[in-house]
Design a protein around this ligand. Structure first.
Ligand code: SF4
Length: 440
């Protein structure tokens, strides 16, 4: 009965709003007594080096704690909280431990016996998702009796939105994450995302929209205080409504449209019953990506600054997270290095499938994949490549400087400090409250 029931609730600090959202959608009806529960918050990224904006990026501990409390009240057995964060060094154990400690998960252990696990250090198991696609998921999540997906209400530069389904990507191993960004257009990121939830046990999704995020999914996006909670026992329905609340027509979000088609569901919300606030009252338009020039060769803001002699095409769906993180630093370093003189006719390519444009003086290939795709390309005059996976930040600096772009090496040498630069956007704005990420 509760399959397509979705609740939308305005978050109010003193009103037990998470309970109301879960009750309204009958989200725990299928939680088996004593069942093992796996809870997947969205932490995406963390750094120990500096305070950084978590608003709209990381699931608030307020929501995590409220959900854990409800699970216990409803008779849940062992609860495991798990996330596989994207860090410069995937073997880094100290940073996830710091994140869990900072976010108050230790308190959840003391109070409710909750275990917090770094998914990337746990066993994985392959799951066949049809059409020859296999991804490896955290085994404990696969074996759970009940799963809770706790995404943030955010946009995503590649998948348009990142909600309950996309949040499950953090349960996969690194090889699977790279596979999701494969070069075959018939099996692209959206194709993989549309299958991510195929294996789920009974599930509750609570989309944490206390803060939402434009230009997501990470700390360089623009957070808003949105005070919204969206919940459902059906992950697709939650995501369709979540997308609508971010101002997207759900049919326009490719992975949700594909997922709906696979499940024989419409995308127009006609089979979804919304309890609580109507979508039209909750929806606020959110921008998901920076504007690019009409020919897609440069971010519009750079063009408007007068930057010329450079083509830095918009990333595509094949660029995976490790390259994306560096891409952000490269763009901002080039922007700072521009002193009004045109660059020397350089094209920068990323991802796995772009092909060099003929006639450019220099072509810079960032990452192993794009090097492989272009290393024998006869259209390239002067080939410069950073061949690693992930690409070496030091090599990026050296190569850009060889090409006459005098970037500051500091951010490349201190990648863990870059997120802190974005804190100034939120200074003096009390609605951006760090205490949402702590548990007393
Ligand atoms: S080089 Fe970049 S795009 Fe290629 S697999 Fe590595 S991170 Fe992904």
């Amino acid at each position: 009965v509760s399959e397509s029931l979705v609740s939308i609730v305005r978050y109010q600090p003193e009103a037990d709003s998470v309970r109301r959202a879960v009750d309204l959608c009958r989200g725990l009806d299928r939680l088996p007594a004593g069942g093992r529960v796996f809870v997947k918050p969205n932490i995406v990224f963390w750094t120990r080096a500096v305070p950084f904006p978590k608003w709209g990026v990381v699931t608030t501990s307020r929501v995590v704690e409220a959900v854990v409390r409800l699970l216990k009240e409803h008779g849940a057995g062992q609860i495991t909280l798990g996330e596989g964060m994207v860090l410069p060094d995937p073997k880094d154990e100290a940073t996830p431990a710091h994140a869990f400690d900072y976010l108050g998960y230790g308190r959840l252990r003391e109070r409710y016996g909750v275990r917090a696990v770094n998914v990337l250090r746990q066993p994985f198991q392959k799951v066949a998702l049809g059409d020859g696609v296999e991804l490896s998921f955290n085994r404990e999540a696969l074996e759970a009796d009940f799963l809770v997906s706790l995404p943030v209400l955010k946009t995503h530069a590649q998948s348009l939105v990142s909600l309950g389904t996309k949040n499950l990507k953090g349960l996969t191993d690194i090889a699977s994450r790279k596979k999701c960004h494969g070069p075959d257009p018939a099996q692209d990121l959206n194709f993989h995302l549309a299958r991510l939830a195929d294996w789920l046990p009974p599930c509750l999704t609570v989309i944490d929209g206390i803060y939402s995020l434009e230009l997501g999914p990470s700390f360089d996006g623009r957070a808003r205080r949105n005070d919204l909670l969206i919940a459902s026992a059906d992950i697709l329905s939650a995501d369709l409504v979540g997308a609508a609340c971010l101002g997207f027509e759900p049919a326009r979000v490719p992975h949700l449209a594909l997922m709906a088609r696979r499940r024989g569901r419409p995308t127009d919300l006609s089979d979804v019953k919304v309890a609580g606030l109507p979508v039209r009252e909750a929806a606020v338009p959110h921008q998901y990506s920076f504007a690019y020039t009409e020919d897609g060769s440069l971010p519009l803001a750079l063009k408007q600054m007068g930057l010329s002699g450079l083509s830095y095409r918009q990333y595509d769906l094949t660029m995976c997270t490790y390259c994306s993180a560096l891409n952000l630093v490269i763009i901002s370093a080039i922007t700072r290095a521009f002193k009004g003189r045109p660059f020397d006719d350089i094209e920068i390519l990323t991802g796995k499938v772009m092909k060099a444009s003929p006639g450019k003086k220099h072509t810079l290939l960032v990452g192993k994949c794009i090097y492989q795709a272009n290393k024998d390309n006869p259209d390239i005059n002067d080939l410069k490549a950073i061949k690693g996976c992930p690409p070496s930040p030091r090599r990026v600096v050296e190569t850009l400087r060889e090409l006459g772009i005098e970037v500051d090496p500091y951010p490349f040498e201190h990648l863990d400090e870059v997120p802190g630069w974005f804190m100034k956007r939120y200074r003096g704005r009390p609605e951006f409250d760090e205490s949402f990420f702590r548990i007393d």
